[in-house]
Design a protein around this ligand. Sequence first.
Ligand code: PHE
Length: 340
Amino acid sequence: MQQKIAALRAALEADRAKVADKAALSAFWQKYLSKNGEVAGLMKGLRDVAKEERPAAGKIINECKAWAEAQYQELAAAVEQAELAARNAAEAVDITLPGTPRPTGTLHPLTLIKNQIVDVFAGMGFEVFEGPEIEDDDHCFTRLNVPKNHPARDMQDTFYVAEDIVLRTHTSPGQIRVMDRGQLPIKVLVPGRVFRSDSDATHSPMFHQMEGLVVDKGITLCDLQGMLDKFVQALFGPEVKTRLRPSYFPFTEPSVEVDVSCFECGGKGCPLCKGTGWIEILGGGIVHQQVLKNCGIDPGVYSGLAFGIGIERIAMLKYGINNIGLLFENDLRFLQQFQG
Ligand code: PHE
């Protein structure tokens, strides 16, 4: 029996060294520790042992069994460890690898310009107000001092939605809506889409404006020019200047057309400014007294300034875009050139 046990121990130790995974572990258990395994086989062999030797033989068989089980437990723990280590190695993520870059969008050039304009005027204390794109005739024209059948209505080719309902042709109805709130003084910007039946290389039936309105005591054209100087310098460079020329709008008196000194040639004259040294950029003026009255504001006490900036026009000048259609085609090759 002792010999048999010694042989079993030797075989078990040799097999043990070869067990590397769960399948081999289970085969190991089958071979030595199952009901028909080698250790049980030793037990069965007890029958052939002389009766007086059986207790001693039984004892050493039990010792061998306990030893074999301990071997198995150790082995099982080692296999478990090894498998865990292998899995950790296989599933490990190298956090130092660079990620896969995802393409990001860019702000539309019109949004960039709009944000810049808002930034400049916010710095001067302006707030942003937005009005509806579908307007009634009253806000879009009549209360802005453009009565029905007035020839000034022809200045803007209007889309009619219904008898007295239009797609706003400018952001100026925002002036009326802000003054109707009844809070003074006023310092607002009204950005938004506007619509006119007009289409060529520099006109689109839908475009964007930024209205400005200030109503307070003692507002003059000097305030207008001072604010617009800040605006053009922020967008076109610190050296540019503005120039006011007399113009006409029904809702401002006096009305002005505002030019900026050519930022391309510095005023010497070039193709961009058509040799004049100046580029027209926006319209504005002193709010017409009738418009103040139409909104219940006493022109004897208050005065106002207003201006309307065409956002496409500023974007085209600033970025050298010669066809307004490019701004609306959404061609990524075009849009990706404006990385903020
Ligand atoms: N609303 C005018 C336009 O669209 C621009 C403007 C705004 C002029 C405010 C004067 C004052 O042409």
